[in-house]
Design a protein around this ligand. Structure first.
Ligand code: PCA
Length: 189
């Protein structure tokens, strides 16, 4: 079977739960053509990305799909692009609060997702769960992880993508988990 590393995040910003982690917990260990490896990441600039890259290499992942919570959004949003920029309105869980610094000095400005974002969004919408392609993963730790994974695996056969899910109060865990399931299954269709 192919291997898919599915990452989520620990809580941040004073919350006691992260919708991404709650949803990922509901995903089975095999799905479609994939053996699923799960990993919860710290909400920490740089550190989360390093942990994700190390695990993707150790697992020999064919696909790395990272999931985070976007509290202000009402839809599940596959992210089209990661940008080389850090800006935090509030400190991460290690106290870092970068203001307009690059993730990788001299790195590319941006990377496109190498997962089929529109196909994933359509597969989720078809099940009447709100979904849309997003063209900004923000400038916080989610974008950081997405950018660094994209940079590491650029030009390799390893495909990298990111999905933001709404907070639990906006879209329940069962719906977010079903959206992730549909997105992963859609990678084989
Ligand atoms: N969301 C944050 C970081 C962790 C998470 O779940 C973000 O959108 O950057």
């Amino acid at each position: 079977m192919k291997k898919l590393l599915l990452t989520s995040f620990e809580p941040f910003g004073g919350d006691d739960e992260n919708a991404s982690d709650a949803a990922v917990r509901q995903i089975p260990c095999t799905l479609g053509e994939f053996e699923i490896h799960k990993l919860t990441l710290p909400v920490s600039f740089g550190r989360a990305a390093k942990i994700a890259i190390t695990e993707a290499e150790a697992v020999g992942a064919d696909v790395v799909l990272s999931v985070g919570q976007a509290a202000g959004r009402a839809a599940v949003t596959p992210e089209a692009v990661a940008i080389n920029l850090r800006y935090a309105a509030a400190p991460d869980n290690d106290g870092a609060c970068p203001h307009d610094t690059p993730i990788e000095i001299g790195g590319r400005e941006a990377y496109f997702s190498t997962l089929p974002v529109r196909h994933m969004a359509e597969a989720i919408s078809a099940a009447t769960i709100p979904a849309a392609v997003s063209y900004s993963a923000g400038t916080y730790v989610c974008n950081d992880v997405f950018y660094s994974l994209s940079a590491r695996f650029f030009g390799t056969p390893v495909r990298v993508g990111f999905i933001h899910v709404p907070s639990v109060g906006t879209l329940g865990t069962a719906a977010s988990a079903e959206a992730l399931r549909l997105a992963i299954v859609s990678l084989s269709t």
